[in-house]
Design a protein around this ligand. Structure first.
Ligand SMILES: CC(=O)N[C@H]1[C@@H](OP(=O)(O)OP(=O)(O)OC[C@H]2O[C@@H](n3ccc(=O)[nH]c3=O)[C@H](O)[C@@H]2O)O[C@H](CO)[C@@H](O)[C@@H]1O
Ligand SMILES: C=C(OP(=O)(O)O)C(=O)O
Length: 425
């Protein structure tokens, strides 16, 4: 168990280089199982979830080599399709090995996946999609998948699940005929995965829409691909810089359209930035006001499936609102327990009303004081770190390794931008 000790009050600013998108790279690692040729991925973030996925792949016989931010994988011959229970339970994306394994190797045994404990995380849509393509699945303490050659199917998902779309899309690349996934997720990481699969020889169209069409091919081949920047990491560092009074330059922050989606919520919270192509400049903006809706109504920031505001940015935006003049309602519609961490912010002096598990009202600005905190999940942990950086005095964040699941060397990179953070074990 690690903890961070933070002295608040330093401004965070300078040039920040984002890493590759956690939620894009994890399914991309799984996709190496679809071919016997090497897959080379660049801009791979050095985060704990990547380490666990690489251990999972190595444990079944994939050759894995990691050099700085480039990983080379080759699944030429596997020794098993049976995965370790312990490793499966460490990451949500262990379930993403099911689609590629069953499609190319005809079997998989996967144990219940881990990931953030932020509410019920159902897998029904994964099972529905893979069964539709012809896989037989039994679920008890382990999930057992078996299949002959898969056959295409027109599917309608009952929810636009990100990982289910990725899992089923990967499997369908090798299913004979034309598959459709209607009500598919279309988050930037789902799109990035689809582009990689096409670079490997898949025939996927409708990328970026909720109707993905996959024409199955006999074989995929190797590819070399660069993962898109992590817009959740970008949003988190913007929040850290703004609440501490710094200014930030972010070269290659991401696709203009992705940044535009994020900007809608950030601008409601009074944050301004300028964009030059894929680069962002976030000026110092010491006094900010929450922008009321038309007729002076309280603005509502609610998450949802893309292009709605991403759930994974909710926690850091709540901290941002505590440091901004005005009132905002945050409505977390996707997960049942992502909001509970606000207790910690209230303990630090934030003026927040928790209406129910899904909604909080934040009234800002309030000065925060240092606290003794425990991180429940990646994003709440990052939000606490940001709150601690702008609070008066010292804060301690326990369970800090949870943040390492999704943010590379977070204390070093924030410290390089001016923060005062020490990690201890
Ligand atoms: C590894 C990975 O990529 N994890 C991300 C992925 O998780 P994951 O793929 O597990 O999340 P899902 O997209 O399946 O669902 C997220 C939540 O939203 C609910 N839901 C989803 C779709 C829908 O149409 N209606 C609905 O209510 C689900 O029931 C669930 O509670 O997507 C989540 C939502 O963007 C992100 O928070 C996670 O970081
Ligand atoms: C919820 C998250 O991740 P996971 O789905 O991997 O638990 C996240 O990245 O915020």
């Amino acid at each position: 168990m690690s903890k961070f000790i933070i002295q608040g009050g330093n401004s965070i600013g300078g040039t920040f280089h984002p890493r590759g998108n956690k939620n894009a790279v994890l399914p991309m690692l799984a996709s190496c199982l679809l071919t016997d040729e090497p897959l080379i991925l660049h801009n791979v973030p050095r985060i704990n979830d990547v380490n666990v996925m690489l251990q999972l792949l190595d444990s079944i016989g994939v050759s894995v080599s990691l050099d700085n931010h480039t990983v080379t994988l080759c699944a030429k011959s596997l020794k098993t399709t049976d995965l370790s229970q312990e490793l499966c339970s460490k990451v949500r994306t262990s379930i993403l090995l099911a689609g590629p394994l069953v499609a190319r190797h005809g079997s998989a045994v996967i144990h219940p996946p881990g990931g953030d404990v932020i509410g019920r995380r159902r897998l029904d849509t994964h099972f529905y999609g893979l069964r539709s393509l012809g896989a037989e699945i039994t679920t008890d303490s382990a999930y057992r998948f078996k299949a002959g050659p898969l056959t295409a199917w027109p599917m309608v998902f009952d929810e636009a699940s990100v990982t289910a779309t990725e899992n089923v899309m990967m499997a369908a690349t090798l299913a004979a005929g034309e598959s459709a996934i209607y009500n598919a997720a279309c988050e930037p990481h789902v799109q990035d995965l689809a582009h990689l699969l096409n670079a490997m020889g898949a025939k996927i169209s409708g990328i970026g829409t909720n109707n993905i069409i996959i024409n199955g091919v006999e074989k995929l081949h190797g590819a070399e691909y660069t993962v898109q920047p992590d817009y959740i990491e970008v949003g988190s560092y913007i929040a850290a810089s703004v609440v501490t009074g710094g200014s930030l330059t972010i070269p290659n922050a991401g696709e203009p359209r992705t940044l535009q989606v994020m900007q809608r919520a950030f601008s409601k919270l009074g944050v301004e930035w300028t964009r030059d192509g894929r680069d962002l400049i976030v000026p110092a903006q010491p006094s900010r006001t929450i922008l009321p809706d038309e007729g002076h109504a309280t603005p509502k920031i609610e998450d949802g499936i893309w292009p709605a505001f991403p759930s994974d940015l909710m926690s850091v935006c709540i901290v941002l609102a505590t440091q901004t003049a005005g009132t905002a309602l945050f409505f977390e519609k996707m997960f049942e327990s992502r909001m509970y961490f606000v207790d910690h912010l209230m303990g630090m002096g934030a003026n927040i009303i928790q209406c129910d598990p899904h909604r909080v009202v934040v009234i800002g600005p309030t000065k925060l004081r240092g606290g003794n905190l425990t991180s429940p999940d990646i994003r709440a942990g990052m939000a606490m770190l940001i709150a601690a950086c702008c609070a008066e005095g010292e804060s301690i964040i326990h369970n800090a390794q949870v943040i390492d699941r999704g943010y590379e060397t977070i204390e070093d990179r924030l410290t390089a931008l001016g923060a005062d953070i020490i990690r201890t074990d």
